[in-house]
Design a protein around this ligand. Structure first.
Ligand code: 26V
Length: 761
C-alpha cells in the first residue's frame, strides 16, 4: 500500500476515491508536514542568517512543497488514478496574504532559495491573522474585507519558545509559530518564524469591515498587515508591530546563538541579520539594548550589532521611506527612543553640519533608512539602475561618506514556483529539449539552439494556448467572466499605484475603444487584464480601479467592440491568480515612470513564461533589455535621468500635454456621459482633474509613445513564428533572474555563510 493510501485510511477509514477534496487536502497537508519534519534543520552550522521582513507573501504551499520534496509526480499520478485532481484539492488551501506585493513575494522567493542552496537561514516576521484585505468589487469599486487564512488545516506549527517584549507601561508575551521552508531537493529545511500574541482576537473587528479599535494593542497587535496609519493611533500601532517583531526576533537570535556556543562578544560569527526594507530596522537599537542588558558595554554592543546587520532598500518613493516621530517612539518604547537619540548624537558629532545624513531630523522624526545605513555594514539596492539612483541621487550623501557599503543585488524569482509549479507543461517541454539540468542550474541558454526549429515554435504556441484555456476556465468559475482564449492576452498585474501607471494603460484602452468604434478592427482580438489592490486610504488609486471597471463595462456592453476587445480586472489579485495569469500572457506591461520602480519581479516571471515585455527603461527592465537585445523587447518612454531631472527642476506640466489633440479626448472620456451614467461622478471627476492638474507620476508624458508602441506590438503579434521565436529567446535568457543566483550573490558578498551548492549560474 502507498503511503498516501495509508494516511487516508488512518485519517478517514476509507479509500482515496471516496474522500472529498477537503479531506484529501487534510491528508496531503499531514503527509507533507511529516515528510518535512524528517528533514533536519541547519542547526549544526555555526553561522545563521535571519531574514527580517514585515512581509512573506508565500502563496499556497501544497504543490510547491510536494515539488520541493520531489514527490509531486508520484502523488499526482496516484490522485489521478483515483479520480482526483490536485488543482481541485488545492482549492481547499487558503492563501496567506501576508504581504502587499513585490517586497513580500521577494522574501518568499528568497527563503526558498536560501534553503535550496543549503544555507542556514530563517525568515523572521509576524503571524498576521488577516494579512492584507480581501478585495471585493461592488458597483465597480473596490471594497475591503478581512481575509482570514488560519484554520485547523494550516501550515503553522506552534513552537514552545516565547519571549517578553517590554513596552512602556506593559509587557507582552509572544507565541511563536513556525512554517517549514523546503528547498528544491534539499536535504535540510529552514523555517519561517512568525511571532504572535495569544490575546489577539478578531472579535474587535467591526462586522463586514477592516475597522477595529486601534488602541487596543493586546487584542489587535497581529490582526492585520499594514493597518491604516493615516492617523496617530494607526502610526503607533505600526510602531508596536515593528518593535514586537524585532524584539522577538533579536531574542530568538541571542537564544539560538548562545545555544550554538556564542559568548555574545563573538555574536557576529554566529548570526547575520538582513533587514528587508526599513520596517524591521528597530532591530538595531533593540539588539544593542539586549546586549547591554546581558553585560556587554554600550560601545561594544554597537560594534557587534553593526558587524552583523545589513539593509536592503526597495524604493525611492518618499512616502514609503519610513520616518517616525521620536515622541511616538517614546510613547511606545522609551528605552529604544533613548538609544536612537544616542546613536543619532554620535553621527551628528561624526558628521557635523551634514544634515542629509541625520537619523533624527529637524522635525524630530527618525529616518529609519538612515539608522540602518549608519549602523549596518551593507546597503543594497534591488536592480542595477535602482542602486545607481541610490548612489547618485537619493542616498548620495551616504554614498559620499560610505562608498564601500553600497552594493547592488538584482532581484530574482524562484523557478520552482514560477515555472515548475505554475507552468508544468512548459517545464516538461524544456526537459525534453535540453534535459532537466536547468531545474537546478537555472541555465536555459541551451534553448537558443531551437530558435529556428519549427516544431519547437509550434509546440510553444500550443502550450501558451493551453495556458490561456486554463486561465479562461478559472476566470469563468471564479468571476463569471468569459475571455476569448484565442485573443492576445495583455496583462498588467501589480499593486495599484500612480507611479506604475495603470491609468496610462487605461488611456490607451480608451484610445483603442474609440479606434475600434471608428471601424479599425484588430486582426486578432485583444484581452487586456488588470489585477491589483489599492491601499484602502489611497483615494486616487481607488479612483483608477473604478475607472478601469467602468470602462470595461462600457466595452463589454458595446456589441460593435466586445467581440474584438475586452478589458478584465481580476478580483482579489494574489499569488494564486498570478500562477494562472502569467503562463497565459503574451504581453507583459512594465510601464512605470522611469526611475520609480526599484526592480519589479513580475517582469521576470512573465519573461520566464514566454511573454514579451512592453516597458520603460526602469528597474530590472533595463537588465532584461540588455539580456534579450532590443529586437526582443518593446521599449518606450522617457529615460530615468530625464525624469530625475524633471523632478529636480519642477519641469513637468501635465496640462500642456493634456491640451494636445491626441490626448485631450482620451482624458476627457473619463467624464464622458457614458462613463457618468455607469460610474461614480465624484471618483471620475477627481481622477480627471488629477490627471490634468497634478499627474505626479507623469502618465501623460509618455502616452503618445506608449500608444504608438502598443500598436506596433499588436502588429508584430500577427507574425506568429517571429513572435514565438522572440518568446523562446526571452525564456532562454531568463536564467539570470533565478533567485538562486541572487541569493548566491548575497551570500558571497554580504552574509558569508556555509553553502551546500556552490555553482549557481
Ligand atoms: C510600502 C508602503 C507601505 C504602506 C503603504 C504605502 C506604501 C507604499 C510603498 C511601499 C513600498 C515598499 C517597498 C516595496 O514594496 N518595494 C518593491 O520591492 C520589490 C522587491 O524588491 C521591487 O521589485 C519593487 O520594484 C518595489 O516597488
Amino acid at each position: 500500500m502507498s503511503i498516501l493510501e495509508n494516511y487516508v485510511l488512518d485519517n478517514f477509514d476509507k479509500p482515496i476515491r471516496e474522500c472529498s477534496d477537503q479531506e484529501m487536502y487534510k491528508v496531503l497537508l499531514d503527509l507533507v508536514r511529516d515528510k518535512s519534519r524528517e528533514l533536519p534543520t541547519n542547526d549544526d552550522k555555526k553561522k545563521k542568517l535571519y531574514y527580517f521582513s514585515a512581509e512573506f507573501l508565500i502563496g499556497k504551499l501544497l504543490s510547491n512543497n510536494l515539488l520541493n520534496l520531489g514527490i509531486y509526480d508520484e502523488v499526482n499520478n496516484e490522485l489521478i488514478a483515483n479520480g482526483k485532481n490536485i488543482m481541485d484539492i488545492e482549492q481547499a488551501e487558503l492563501e496567506p496574504s501576508l504581504g502587499n506585493g513585490g517586497l513580500g513575494r521577494l522574501a518568499a522567493c528568497f527563503v526558498d532559495s536560501i534553503t535550496t542552496l543549503g544555507i542556514n537561514g530563517d525568515g523572521v516576521g509576524l503571524n498576521y491573522h488577516f494579512g492584507l484585505f480581501k478585495q471585493v468589487f461592488k458597483d465597480n469599486q473596490q471594497t475591503q474585507l478581512p481575509d482570514p487564512w488560519i484554520t485547523e488545516e494550516s501550515w503553522l506549527i506552534k513552537n514552545e519558545k516565547s519571549y517578553e517584549v517590554p513596552f512602556n507601561n506593559f509587557t507582552l508575551k509572544s507565541t511563536l509559530y513556525d512554517i517549514d521552508v523546503l528547498g528544491y531537493n534539499s536535504d535540510t529545511r529552514n523555517r519561517l518564524r512568525l511571532f504572535d500574541l495569544d490575546s489577539v482576537t478578531s472579535d474587535i473587528i467591526e462586522e463586514g469591515t477592516i475597522h477595529f479599535d486601534k488602541t487596543n494593542i493586546e487584542e489587535n497587535l497581529t490582526l492585520f498587515l499594514y493597518p491604516d496609519d493615516s492617523d496617530r493611533e494607526g502610526e503607533l500601532l505600526r510602531i508596536f508591530q515593528q518593535y514586537f517583531m524585532v524584539s522577538n526576533g533579536a531574542q530568538l537570535i541571542l537564544d539560538e546563538a548562545v545555544a550554538r556556543g556564542s559568548n555574545l562578544h563573538d555574536l557576529a560569527e554566529y548570526a547575520v541579520i538582513q533587514i528587508n526594507d526599513t520596517h524591521p530596522a528597530f532591530v538595531i537599537p533593540e539588539m544593542i539594548r539586549l546586549l547591554t542588558q546581558r553585560g556587554i558595554d554600550f560601545d561594544e554592543a554597537i560594534q557587534i550589532t553593526q558587524t552583523m546587520t545589513a539593509f536592503t532598500n526597495h524604493t525611492i518613493l518618499a512616502e514609503a521611506l519610513e520616518k517616525w516621530p521620536i515622541d511616538e517612539l517614546e510613547q511606545v518604547m522609551p528605552e529604544i527612543a533613548n538609544i536612537i537619540r544616542e546613536l543619532d548624537n554620535r553621527k551628528k558629532d561624526e558628521f557635523p553640519n551634514n544634515h542629509a545624513v541625520s537619523i533624527i531630523d529637524e522635525h524630530d522624526r527618525v529616518h529609519m533608512a538612515h539608522m540602518a545605513i549608519h549602523y549596518g555594514y551593507s546597503i543594497n539596492g534591488v536592480a542595477a539602475l535602482h542602486t545607481e539612483i541610490l548612489k547618485n541621487s537619493e542616498l548620495k550623501a551616504f554614498f559620499d561618506i560610505y562608498p564601500n557599503k553600497f552594493i547592488n543585488k538584482t532581484n530574482g524569482i524562484t523557478f520552482r514556483r514560477w515555472i515548475m509549479d505554475a507552468n508544468k507543461e512548459l517545464a516538461d517541454f524544456i526537459d525534453d529539449l535540453i534535459s532537466d539540468e536547468w531545474r537546478t542550474s537555472a541555465n536555459l541558454e541551451p534553448l537558443l539552439d531551437f530558435k529556428d526549429d519549427e516544431n519547437v515554435i509550434t509546440k510553444l504556441r500550443a502550450i501558451k494556448f493551453n495556458n490561456k484555456q486554463r486561465l479562461s476556465h478559472r476566470l469563468e468559475t471564479m468571476q463569471d467572466v468569459k475571455i476569448n482564449e484565442h485573443s492576445i492576452i495583455d496583462v498588467q498585474i501589480k499593486r495599484i499605484h500612480e507611479y506604475k501607471r495603470q491609468q496610462m494603460l487605461l488611456l490607451y484602452i480608451i484610445h483603442k475603444y474609440k479606434d475600434i468604434k471608428n471601424g479599425n478592427i484588430p486582426k486578432t482580438p485583444i484581452t487586456i487584464i488588470f489585477g491589483g489592490k489599492a491601499a484602502a486610504a489611497y483615494t486616487i488609486a481607488r479612483d483608477i480601479i473604478h475607472a478601469i471597471l467602468t470602462v470595461s463595462e462600457i466595452i463589454a456592453n458595446d456589441d460593435d467592440v466586445n467581440k474584438h476587445f475586452q478589458v478584465v480586472m481580476v478580483e482579489n489579485y494574489n499569488v494564486t491568480h498570478a500562477q494562472y495569469l502569467i503562463p497565459a500572457t503574451d504581453i507583459s506591461e512594465q510601464i512605470s515612470l522611469a526611475s520609480k520602480e526599484a526592480s519589479g519581479t513580475g517582469n521576470m516571471k512573465f519573461m520566464l513564461n514566454g511573454a514579451l515585455t512592453l516597458c520603460t527603461l526602469d528597474g530590472a527592465n533595463v537588465e532584461i533589455a540588455d539580456l534579450v537585445g532590443e529586437e526582443n523587447i518593446y521599449i518606450f518612454g522617457k529615460r530615468s535621468e530625464e525624469i530625475v531631472d524633471l523632478y529636480a527642476t519642477n519641469g513637468y506640466n501635465a496640462r500642456s500635454y493634456y491640451e494636445r489633440e491626441t490626448i485631450k479626448p482620451l482624458v476627457d472620456f473619463l467624464i464622458d456621459p457614458k462613463m457618468l451614467e455607469l460610474g461614480n461622478e465624484d471618483r471620475l471627476s477627481r481622477l480627471h482633474s488629477d490627471m490634468i492638474n497634478k499627474d505626479y507620476f507623469m502618465a501623460l508624458i509618455d502616452l503618445e509613445e506608449f500608444i504608438e508602441t502598443k500598436e506596433k506590438v499588436y502588429e508584430d503579434y500577427e507574425d506568429h513564428d517571429t513572435w514565438t521565436r522572440k518568446t523562446l529567446i526571452n525564456i532562454a535568457k531568463a536564467g539570470f533572474f533565478s533567485s538562486d543566483r541572487t541569493i548566491n550573490e548575497y551570500n558571497r558578498d554580504i552574509w558569508h555563510l556555509e553553502q551546500e551548492i556552490k555553482n549557481v549560474n
